[in-house]
Design a protein around this ligand. Sequence first.
Ligand SMILES: [Cu+2]
Length: 156
Amino acid sequence: MQIDRLERIFLFLTVTLLAGVLMAIVLSVVHDGAELPTQAGRINVAEVRDTAPFDAPGVYETAPGKYQAVIIAKAWAFEPAEIRIPVGAELTFVVTSIDVIHGFQVWDTNVNAMVIPGQITEVSRTFDEAGEYNIVCHEYCGIGHHGMFGKVVVSG
Ligand SMILES: [Cu+2]
């Protein structure tokens, strides 16, 4: 079997591209600490507001420097829409939806998750810089989708 010169070049480029993508994934995990949002449990959609912790959405200090934001995503808002934490705090978002699939992305961070009815999504991040971080829904969820946002206010 003879491999044409152009085929050899194409094979080389293909393998190089795959190796590059694999390297980028490994670097993002090892160097930048990227991690997948975890499914933290299941929940009955009809009973979200009667089930802890979603019976009391809000921000709670769970340990010194550690906070938990319990958030309900619904068409077309996050509840609560504003989360206030001190600088340096490790914040764990615990999110679920009471209607359709929503997205949950915090700008300028690697927090990016899907919020699926019946599922509890959990993702953590340490906020080392003061400022306002917008939260947006990145999954089209209906006519009011463009107005579905919130923010994390980190103050020093
Ligand atoms: Cu949306």
